[in-house]
Every structure is written in structure tokens, then in C-alpha cells.
Design a binder for this molecule. Structure first.
Ligand code: FMN
Length: 328
């Protein structure tokens, strides 16, 4: 039996499989099944900044300014209208009591400010770590991409100074220069990076002539962007990298670890196959490692990363040029 333990955010996990933030982690039965099936950790569904803002906004009777953000939040969190921050804290407490694996609380962090005090309450409720889900669309033409990234880094820094538990940042895939952003985040001392998040799908309902947000499930085809950046960033950040988006099959998991991830988050695959699928992946990974003669995850983590290639330029450009020119 190979050793499937790994390190994420400086925490030792018994396996590299993490149940990503979604509605499955707001159900105790699913959480218990995840633990039994071998999950190394679970990320509880996000507490959205808008849930906190909405309380204040309701008081001011000015909800309209937040309509778009709330619609997006609702697509993730159908019970949002009723679930407030205190219910969320209670849920973290309950999950902590029931499970023995690490519980990661997730905050949908858009801007720095007073609301970040809430991070400490999540930790007081029992969260072993925090994941900051920087998920927001910048619609204000006065705000540049650079401003938005600075705000994100400032929020991460603020939260890092407030809590003693490890903090990870779940990045949006829509960043032109992830290496630059990761260097900025490194300076804040964040402990983990989740590459990448996935946006709710924007659509229009032609019957009601209204906007419709949907959280569509992914397939393995959606993994490529994350795989590329995991392999480009491995060994170039002090934070532990967790692969996310489009990880479905055993091959997907192995590729992510070869690229440099020490752990992977799964959501869509678990919606499609159920929590017991984790145990199949566990067995499959163990068999593959035995066949290959690997005793531990660290034995093959990052073997196909830019930093191990010895020829970074070739690694970054050659494949691209080869593909474009059709050279064999
Ligand atoms: C129904 C559903 C709810 C989700 N809720 C959250 C959430 O609350 N916070 C978050 O950061 N991501 C949320 N996500 C995104 C997932 O955590 C994950 O990043 C995304 O589904 C891509 O991973 P996958 O390909 O394994 O599905 C949600 C996804 C789904 C399908």
C-alpha cells in the first residue's frame, strides 16, 4: 500500500483528495461519506461577502445596488436568502464536531474591509483553515485589473494578519499574469493556492427575458488551464498548490500531481458519481503508484513541471509553437 498522505497549506492530509466548496459540503450525510471514502479534507460552501453586506444593505433598504452580485451568489448558494452568517458559523461548528479530517471554511472575498473580521469568527467556530474565493466580476470601468488584483492581495494580507490558521486563495482563471499575482500573494504569506475557480455560467432566459446564472458541471476537458498553470508555478511559490476545475478521472488526478499539485479538489465528479467515487480514485492511485514504484505522493509530485524541465523556455514556448506549426 503506497503512502497517499500529502501536505496542503502546511497541514498533513491523509490523502490528496479534497471535496471542493459546493452544496455537497453543506450536507452532513455527504460530509460523513466523504470522510469514509478517504477525503483528505473538505471545503465548506462559501460564505459570500454579499451575505454579510446584505444584512447591512437590507437595513439601508438599498438592495438594488447588489442585485447582480446576489444573483451570482444565489446560483452557488440557493438557501442564501435564508442563510445568514450565524447559520454558517453554526454549520462549521457542527461539521468540526462530526468529522476528524480538516475542515476548510470558504469566504467569497471581494474587497478588504470590516467584514473580514468574520474570518476570525469562522476560525473560532472550528475551521482548521480558510479558503478565500476571490470571485467577482469587475464591472466598474474606473477599476483597472491592476486595482482589482491589488485589492485581492490587500484582502489576503488583512486576513492573514487576523487568523492563526492556514489561509489559501482560490484564484479566478481570468488573470493575464498568474505568476505576478502569485508573487504578490506569496509576500502576504498565504499557505495555499487553488488553481482555479470556475465562474457561474451567465445566460439569458428568453421566456422571462431575464438573466439566468447556472453552475454547470465540468468535464475533464475543463482541466487544461489549471494543469498548465500548476505545472508552470510548481516550485515557484512557497504556497502549497491544489489543482481544481475539471478533475474527474484517475488520469486527471495523476496528471495534476505530476504537474506539481500536492492535492486536488473535486466537485463535479462527486455530483456525477457520488462520494464513494473518492474511494475508487484512492484505490486507483494506490495501484498506479505501486505499478510505477512510487512510495509516496512526493516521489512523483512535480515531475512534469516547468521547474524540473531544465529548459523553461522550451517548456513554455516549444509545445505551443509545435502545436501551431503542426511540427511533429
Ligand atoms: C453546485 C455548485 C456550488 C458551488 N459552490 C461554490 C462555493 O460556494 N464556493 C466556491 O468557491 N466554489 C463553489 N463552486 C465551485 C467549485 O468549488 C469548483 O471550483 C468548480 O465546480 C470547479 O471544480 P470541478 O470541475 O471539480 O467541478 C460550486 C460548484 C458547484 C457545481
Amino acid at each position: 500500500m503506497a503512502n497517499l498522505s500529502t501536505v496542503y497549506m502546511g497541514m498533513k492530509l491523509k490523502s490528496p483528495f479534497i471535496v471542493g466548496s459546493c452544496s455537497l459540503t453543506s450536507d452532513m450525510d455527504s460530509l460523513r461519506k466523504a470522510e469514509t471514502a478517504g477525503a483528505g479534507a473538505v471545503v465548506i460552501k462559501s460564505l459570500f461577502e454579499e451575505q454579510l453586506q446584505a444584512e447591512a444593505v437590507r437595513l439601508e433598504n438599498a438592495l438594488s445596488a447588489y442585485e447582480n452580485m446576489i444573483a451570482e451568489a444565489l446560483s452557488f448558494h440557493p438557501a442564501y436568502a435564508h442563510a445568514g452568517p450565524s447559520e454558517h458559523l453554526h454549520w462549521i461548528e457542527k461539521a468540526r464536531k462530526e468529522l476528524s479530517i480538516p475542515i476548510i471554511a470558504s469566504l467569497n472575498a471581494v474587497s478588504p474591509g470590516r467584514w473580514t473580521d468574520y474570518a476570525t469568527q469562522l476560525v473560532d467556530a472550528g475551521a482548521d483553515a480558510l479558503e478565500l474565493n476571490f470571485f467577482g466580476i469587475i464591472t466598474d470601468p474606473q477599476v483597472s485589473g491592476q486595482d482589482a488584483l491589488r485589492a485581492m492581495i490587500a484582502t489576503a494580507r488583512e486576513i492573514k494578519t487576523k487568523v492563526t490558521v492556514p489561509v489559501a486563495v482560490k484564484l479566478t482563471p481570468f488573470i493575464l499574469s498568474p505568476g505576478y499575482v502569485v508573487a504578490g500573494l506569496d509576500a502576504t504569506g498565504v499557505d495555499g493556492l487553488v488553481l482555479f475557480n470556475r465562474f457561474a455560467r451567465f445566460d439569458i432566459d428568453i421566456a422571462t427575458e431575464s438573466v439566468r446564472y447556472q453552475m454547470a458541471l465540468t468535464s475533464s476537458r475543463d482541466m487544461e488551464h489549471s494543469l498548465r498553470w500548476v505545472s508552470l508555478l510548481h516550485d515557484r511559490t512557497q504556497a502549497d498548490i491544489c489543482g481544481s476545475s475539471g478533475i474527474h478521472t484517475l488520469d486527471d488526478v495523476i496528471k495534476m500531481i505530476l504537474a506539481g499539485a500536492g492535492s486536488v479538489q473535486l466537485v463535479s465528479a462527486l455530483y456525477q458519481h457520488g462520494m464513494n467515487y473518492l474511494s475508487d480514485l484512492h484505490t486507483g492511485l494506490d495501484e498506479w503508484m505501486n505499478r510505477k514504484g512510487y512510495d509516496s505522493i512526493q516521489d512523483f509530485q512535480g515531475r512534469v513541471s516547468r521547474s524540473r524541465s531544465g529548459q523553461p523556455f522550451v517548456f513554455e514556448r516549444h509545445q505551443y509553437i509545435k502545436a501551431l506549426l503542426g511540427i511533429q
